[in-house]
Design a protein around this ligand. Structure first.
Ligand code: AMP
Length: 214
């Protein structure tokens, strides 16, 4: 099963994708995480991506689509994947669709995490992420068991550079201008499922379990 997580930055896509990854053993593929890994390893791809990411802008499509297609061609994606943060515009959605159709595959489900901008700003400015495995936490609503340490891998929790209010507002603007159209795109294909991004994780998962039959 090939799944796309849709929604604004901070709407809960990563959190739910990680839960689905654990439950259904489908790899969670986050283009943001892939870029951050490249930045950490100081690759030329990382150096290029960083100039866009620091401003909250989108990394150019050719670079992003090639990186994503390369990732989902790996063996662990053979039975499906959960995309988080991709596609982010129509060109990326079409690029993905074409590449999948060449393999007689398609996106089977698009999960929209719905949320209001003001709630997102509050959530993202309190977000902390594990610098090793990317698991997200929140300083008030999703605390780790030990302060500053990831429950899953023991990694250090950090605040992302683009989780400051100014950059969050720029990222939301980009979302409304370029990504939001994808809601209609997947709705027209009859595969859109809308979740309240501020519902409890348990409620969201139990609703999804009724739809995802693997
Ligand atoms: P995210 O972790 O999904 O919030 O992504 C962080 C940043 O990485 C974004 O603000 C963009 O600069 C870049 N990025 C991630 N995914 C994409 C994508 N599909 N297309 C273009 N840029 C992306």
């Amino acid at each position: 099963m090939n799944i796309v997580m849709l929604g604004a930055p901070g709407a809960g896509k990563g959190t739910i994708a990680k839960k689905l990854e654990e439950k259904y053993h489908l790899p969670h593929v986050s283009t943001g995480d892939l870029f951050r890994e490249n930045i950490k390893n100081n690759t030329s791809l990382g150096q290029e991506a960083k100039t866009y990411m620091d401003k909250g802008a989108l990394v150019p499509d050719t670079v992003t689509i090639n990186m994503l297609l390369d990732r989902i061609s790996k063996d662990d994606c053979k039975n499906g994947f959960i995309l988080d943060g991709f596609p982010r515009n129509l060109a990326q959605a079409d690029g993905l669709k074409d590449a999948l159709s060449k393999k007689s595959e398609k996106i089977d489900l698009a999960i929209l995490m719905d949320a209001k901008d003001e709630d997102i700003v509050k959530r993202l400015s309190g977000r902390r992420v594990c610098e090793s495995c990317g698991t997200p936490y929140h300083i008030e609503t999703l605390k780790p068991k030990v302060d500053g340490i990831c429950d899953k891998c023991g990694g250090k929790l950090i605040q992302r550079k683009d989780d400051t209010e100014e950059v969050i507002r720029d990222r939301l603007k980009v979302y409304h201008e370029q990504t939001q159209v994808l809601i209609e795109y997947y709705d027209k294909e009859g595969i859109l499922l809308t979740m309240n991004g501020f519902d409890s994780i348990e409620n969201i998962l139990s609703k999804l379990e009724k739809v995802i039959k693997l």
